[in-house]
Design a protein around this ligand. Structure first.
Ligand code: NAD
Ligand code: WQD
Length: 340
């Protein structure tokens, strides 16, 4: 299939490009590079041996999108990663988040519709479950209260896509709810490259391990979990990427609206991750216990059975491989894509 990949220069997008090409698909990337670098795409080219067309276009730019659709009138599907994703930043810049994520997706969808492309796979998030009503979380679990504008954009966009599909059954919409993606491609050539101080656990750990930050703050040790620290469903980004390739099966099968959790089904605590990272990589990660981070929940992990049942997708990598590959990327690229 020929896939339009928005946000393809980013962390999950770049890994997905590799899996798409491995499976025999082709892609065209659009990205405004607001949180990424074209160097990731150059490296994806080295890994795949493919010359992937790239347009530096903002998804809010209707004319720019038309140019892409005019040059490539034969897309079968769009995988839509483009969006802003920093939870804390979204609290201080709600308008920027709603404008970029919501307006951007509305402009994209309008452009797709005008060009007769009515298949989309959307990057949603476990954050739409809020403080989940049941654990492990199945797709039947009701959506919950999101504690930040970023999460609201995901929840609202799920609703927009659901309403769109309902209004016109020619649309096929797959909502993929990611749990906590970490890890990197085995080559160590691409990986997560956060701007500034990392918000997420694994990039913070790798930056401490590489000597860029002094110590990890563990946010809370008084949760109702086995060791008191927060429990999450970490998933290797390559498994997540493969989930998108499998989701194309739902599109081909004319799924209408389909929702899948992409997680491993296992929960690990912050200290499980720190300890595994140290053991597997033979490095030390100093840490100290800090107060809880506002908005955090105690436990969040998926029941990923539906994706296996309907798409034949299941995570292959375990927590040790996730820790190994995160470190492999960071130590080979201490300054991300910016070089030494
Ligand atoms: P990322 O920031 O690395 O990638 C997103 C890409 O979108 C970036 O390359 C950025 O430059 C681009 N972009 C942003 N706004 C754009 C716009 N208006 N026009 C064109 N390009 C734009 O993030 P990621 O971790 O790869 O996440 C991909 C998607 O998955 C996002 O939608 C994110 O919200 C979602 N998601 C991520 C996680 C996670 O933990 N990483 C979890 C759940 C869902
Ligand atoms: C994981 C655990 C923290 C950093 C976020 C978004 C979610 C999704 C994935 C996009 C928690 C603890 C963290 C640190 C710590 N993103 N932690 N010290 O919060 O589960 O999910 O990313 O959709 O929407 O909310 O991930 O990696 O930030 O935190 O102790 O420096 O690590 O408290 O228990 P989270 P995370």
């Amino acid at each position: 299939m020929k896939i339009l990949v928005t946000g393809g220069a980013g962390y999950i997008g770049s890994h997905t490009l590799i899996e798409l090409y491995k499976a025999g698909h082709e892609a065209v990337v659009i990205d405004n590079l607001c949180n990424s670098s074209s160097e990731s795409l150059r490296r994806v080219g080295l890994i795949t041996g493919a010359k992937i067309p790239f347009f530096k276009v903002d998804i809010r730019d209707s004319k720019g999108l038309d140019g892409v659709f005019d040059t490539h009138p034969d897309f079968d599907c769009c995988i839509h990663f483009a969006g802003l994703k920093a939870v804390g930043e979204s609290v201080s810049k709600p308008l920027e988040y709603y404008e970029n994520n919501i307006n951007g997706t509305l402009v994209l969808l309008d452009s797709m519709r005008r060009h007769g492309v009515k298949n989309i796979i959307f990057s949603s998030s476990a954050t739409v479950y809020g403080n989940p009503a049941v654990i492990p979380i199945t797709e039947k679990c009701p959506k919950g209260e999101c504690t930040n504008p970023y999460g609201q954009t995901k929840s609202m966009l799920e609703q927009v896509l659901t309403d769109l599909q309902k209004s016109d059954p020619e649309w096929n919409v797959v909502l993929l709810r990611y749990f906590n993606p970490i890890g990197a491609h085995e080559s160590g050539m691409i990986g997560e490259n956060p701007n500034g101080i990392p918000n997420n656990l694994m990039p913070y750990i790798t930056q401490v391990a590489v000597g860029k930050r002094k110590e990890l703050g563990v946010f809370g040790k008084d949760y109702d979990t086995p060791d008191g620290t927060g429990v999450r469903d970490y998933i290797h980004v390559v498994d997540l990427a493969r989930g998108h390739v499998c989701a194309l099966k739902a599109i081909t099968g004319k799924c209408g609206l389909a929702i899948y959790n992409l997680g491993t089904g296992h929960g690990y605590s912050v200290l499980d991750i720190v300890n595994t990272f140290q053991r597997v990589n033979g490095v030390t990660v100093p840490y100290s216990i800090k107060p809880r981070r506002p908005g955090d929940i105690a436990t969040c992990y998926s029941d990923p059975a539906k994706a296996y049942r309907e798409l034949g997708w299941k995570a292959q990598f375990g927590i040790e491989e996730m820790c190994r590959d995160s470190w492999n990327w960071q130590k080979k690229n201490p300054n991300g894509f910016e070089g030494e």
